[in-house]
Design a protein around this ligand. Structure first.
Ligand SMILES: *Cc1c(COP(=O)(O)O)cnc(C)c1O
Length: 425
């Protein structure tokens, strides 16, 4: 066996990896067409023909509807805007609680605060890293209005259980599907199972428009409310004759024509993008599943994963995760540890300083529950962050088959010489 690079041996990789870039001639041509038209947005914040945006925005939304087989697609300028609008659309407000995972991108929870409601964090499952359905029910109160379910890293959550719990308690489900485009659960696409599914078109995701997002829903009323919140609701509802005025304070979350045109071209590529990520993951799994001390992604038979990242569980205590990560990095493998710190540990929740200086919405007089953001609240999420989880950022690089094979070799090299690292804890 070659000596480990961390102990002074030769590293497996010398070159760095090509950054993943899905933008090509198709997107350039699409942008040129829009530029030539001179019409970069056709939205109007009034109840008029322009209320739903321009030709490309509408064509882009039609493409999403067709691909995912849903009644409505509402595009926005980010998935964050989509999450905010989704919470608004389902009617969440002051005094309400919304259940969410702490192990997700920050906006999954701030969307709740944006409508002055209270995020209630429920711990994750230690194998899927998704909301643990068995812990949800304990956290439901008379104030609970909804559950935000991130399909984290590209794997759908346990929707059989989650939807049953939600329907039993009359709760709405918002899927944060920013990382899991084209993942499937049974015969359904992730993002089409809950009441609203949110997708990201941010630069870091599988497909992108620079910045952008899309909400999918089958519900006509929710779609209309999403469109209103996206586009200055308060100025539109009068002429439109909208009866339900709850949360009809609008934003400008509109997508431009350039992004929409890029989005149409990107959507045509998404199947091949995901196929490539799945092939890379399968190639990695074949090698990594033979190694001691680690567990590879556990994908239920009923699901497919989109591998935004490739998560790995590190199960040994005799060498620290950080030493393993350094050893892999020294061999040239792109790895990172922990993902995000559970969200309730952010200063926002620890200090309860949200809007203004009076502790809103946490200390809202309409809120009759008891806040709990105590460290230790979600031990599995904290443990994964601090100890067990690390990952290969699959969506960040455009790996060749050869490079994936070299990554496998580097893992074999490190884990076969695990004993050499044991002095380095
Ligand atoms: C990226 C991401 C978002 C936010 O997406 P933006 O389009 O950047 O606003 C939300 N949730 C999750 C889980 C994400 O990964």
């Amino acid at each position: 066996m070659d000596k480990l690079a961390i102990l002074g041996g030769q590293q497996i990789f010398k070159k760095s990896f090509k950054l993943y870039n899905s933008i090509g001639p198709e997107e350039q041509a699409a942008v040129a067409k829009v530029m030539k038209s001179g019409n970069l947005s056709a939205f109007l914040g009034t109840w008029s023909k322009g209320f739903l945006g321009g030709a490309y925005v509408q064509e882009h939304e039609a493409a999403w509807k067709a691909m995912f087989g849903v009644n409505h697609a509402v595009s926005m300028n980010s998935a964050t805007s989509c999450l905010y609008s989704a919470i608004g659309a389902i009617g969440v407000g002051p005094g309400d609680e919304v259940i969410v995972s702490p192990f997700t991108m920050t906006a999954s929870a701030t969307a709740i605060l944006a409508f002055n409601a209270i995020p209630v964090f429920v711990d994750i499952d230690p194998l899927s890293f998704n909301l643990s359905p068995d812990l949800i029910e304990k956290s439901i109160t008379t104030r609970t209005k909804a559950i935000i379910v991130p399909n984290i890293f590209g794997l759908p959550a346990d929707y059989t259980k989650i939807m049953a719990i939600a329907r039993h308690h009359g709760l709405k489900v918002i899927e944060d599907n920013a990382q899991a485009i084209l993942a499937t659960y049974g015969d359904k696409y992730a993002g089409t199972i809950g009441d609203i599914g949110v997708f990201s078109l941010n630069y870091h995701k599988h497909i992108h428009t620079g910045e952008g997002g899309v909400c999918l829903t089958d519900n006509d009323e929710l779609a209309e409310r999403l469109q209103l919140i996206r586009n200055h609701a308060e100025a539109v509802v009068g002429d439109k004759g909208t009866k339900n005025l709850i949360n009809m304070i609008g934003f400008n979350f509109r997508m431009g024509e350039l992004e929409a045109a890029i989005g149409i071209a990107q959507l045509q590529k998404v199947k091949s993008v995901i196929d490539k990520k799945r092939d890379e993951a399968a190639q990695l799994s074949k090698v990594l599943k033979t190694l001691p001390h680690i567990l590879i992604p556990d994908i239920p038979k009923s699901c497919t994963h989109s591998f935004y990242i490739y998560p790995i569980l590190y199960k040994s205590k005799s060498v620290s995760r950080e030493t393993i990560l350094s050893a892999l990095e020294k061999e040239g493998v792109p790895v990172a540890g922990g993902y995000v710190e559970p969200l309730y540990l952010q200063p926002l929740y620890q200090n309860l300083t949200g809007y203004g200086d009076k502790g809103c919405p946490f200390k809202c007089p309409h809120y009759s529950g008891t806040l709990n953001y105590t460290p230790g609240l979600c031990p599995t999420a904290e443990h994964m962050h601090a100890r067990e989880l690390f990952f290969i950022p699959l969506c960040m690089y455009d790996f060749t088959k050869d490079q994936i094979s070299m990554i496998g070799k580097a893992f074999v090299k490190v884990f076969n010489q695990y004993k050499e690292l044991e002095g380095n804890v």
